[in-house]
Design a protein around this ligand. Structure first.
Ligand SMILES: *[C@@H]1O[C@H](CO)[C@@H](O)[C@H](O)[C@H]1NC(C)=O
Ligand SMILES: *[C@@H]1O[C@H](CO)[C@@H](O)[C@H](O)[C@H]1NC(C)=O
Length: 370
């Protein structure tokens, strides 16, 4: 009797486990899936698995992460995708290259981003093995095949169509391509306005491909204030003013990006692409850091040289004691505190200057009804 009870309990447990791995259980249905594409601003650790210098897997990166250890995120703690996952009441997406991304965890979504990449394939060539945009999209297709083997093609399509997607790319096409060295190949080939047009036309193709692959709600962030990051202040600024050239690049890029999002939306007959004005969000910190609780938006917390903006953030760098007082964690990337504020702005900004055509709260409410 006792032994047959144990035996049937085993069978039940075995069935339950099989169901857990083979079917889409309600627990996973609770939160929508989340997919992330782009560069170091949103990479959750893919580059840890690659032979490249573009990596954030040694201290003091991750010093304020729950584990207090580096994860590959270019932050002292959480990054923008992590704060979006919290809004979705979901766990953070795993890097697509992580061996832990299998079984049920695939249903949470995945992060395909890779530090150093740009819209163009020749951006970040000095980083050698990084996952360029076309490859991130190939991995997205591969991901869908893996999920289809788990839950079937129809449910996979629903999962992808119902997902939230974030894409952050473009800054490196300037910083790690056009302006990487004086007289770079691209700057000899194109004037800045023509280079921006070229990058934007290539970006449009990537976004159309993302739609073809099933994405139906995509947050597309513009570039931040490229000329005001501590790295550019250290290299190009005399008195702490932002680099005019890089600011000009951002101010050409962002409106044209919005323009193609509107073109794609009218082509697809729906508000698939939502433009996020991260430049305006960042400018708020830069013009008035105190209003957000920062003591500085010019100096990085971790780095060396003027503004702590030279070289990389390493164990030998200067490190500020209180990361929450800095808008920038390292010479290029916002602090965890700044990332949290930026995502709050995604949620709450009512003005279409920040989120066009709508904020993330409205998106979540709309999509929960369908
Ligand atoms: C990047 O390279 C891939 C593979 O070679 C190619 O299919 C794609 O068109 C290239 N993209 C650009 C923008 O040149
Ligand atoms: C989102 O934007 C709308 C206007 O489109 C605004 O009314 C609403 O207050 C914003 N949401 C939140 C949570 O602030």
């Amino acid at each position: 009797m006792a032994s047959s009870l144990v035996f049937s309990a085993w069978i039940v447990l075995g069935l339950f486990m099989a169901m857990g791995t083979l079917t889409f259980v309600p627990q996973a249905q609770a939160a929508r899936a989340f997919f992330v594409f782009g560069d170091s601003l949103v990479d959750n650790g893919n580059n840890n698995y690659l032979a490249t210098d573009a990596r954030a897997d040694s201290p003091p990166y991750g010093i304020d992460y729950p584990t207090r250890r580096p994860t590959g995120r270019f932050s002292n703690g959480l990054n923008i995708p992590d704060f979006i996952s919290k809004q979705l009441r979901s766990e953070s997406t795993l890097p697509y290259l992580s061996p832990e991304l299998s079984g049920q965890r695939l249903l949470v979504g995945a992060n395909f981003a890779s530090a150093g990449i740009g819209v163009l394939n020749d951006t970040g060539i000095q980083f050698v093995n990084i996952i360029r945009m076309f490859r991130q999209l190939e991995y997205f297709q591969e991901y869908q095949n893996r999920v289809a083997a788990l839950i079937g093609a129809e449910r996979t399509k629903q999962l992808v169509n119902g997902a939230l997607v974030l894409i952050t790319v473009g800054g490196n096409d300037f910083v790690n391509n056009y302006y990487l060295v004086p007289y770079s190949a691209r700057s000899r080939e194109y004037s800045l306005p023509n280079f921006v047009k070229f990058v934007i036309s290539e970006y449009k193709k990537l976004l159309a491909r993302l739609y073809e692959l099933g994405a139906r709600r995509v947050l597309v962030t513009g570039s931040g204030p490229l000329g005001c990051v501590p790295a550019e202040l250290a290299m190009r600024s005399r008195n702490g003013e932002c680099s005019a050239e890089l600011q000009r690049a951002a101010s050409l890029f962002n409106p044209q990006l919005n323009q193609i999002l509107q073109e794609l939306n009218s082509q697809f007959g729906s508000d698939v692409f939502v433009g996020v004005n991260t430049q305006a969000m960042h400018n708020d910190f830069i013009s008035n850091p105190q209003a957000y609780g920062f003591t500085t938006s010019k100096e990085a917390c971790c780095g060396q040289g003027p503004y702590n903006g030279l070289g990389l953030c390493t164990p030998a760098s200067n490190l500020c004691p209180n990361r929450d007082l800095y808008a920038f964690w390292d010479p290029f990337h916002p602090s965890e505190k700044a990332n949290g504020i930026i995502v709050e702005q995604f949620m709450t900004r009512g003005s279409t200057e920040y989120m066009y055509p709508m904020n993330l709260s409205t998106i979540m409410e709309l999509d929960s009804r369908t």
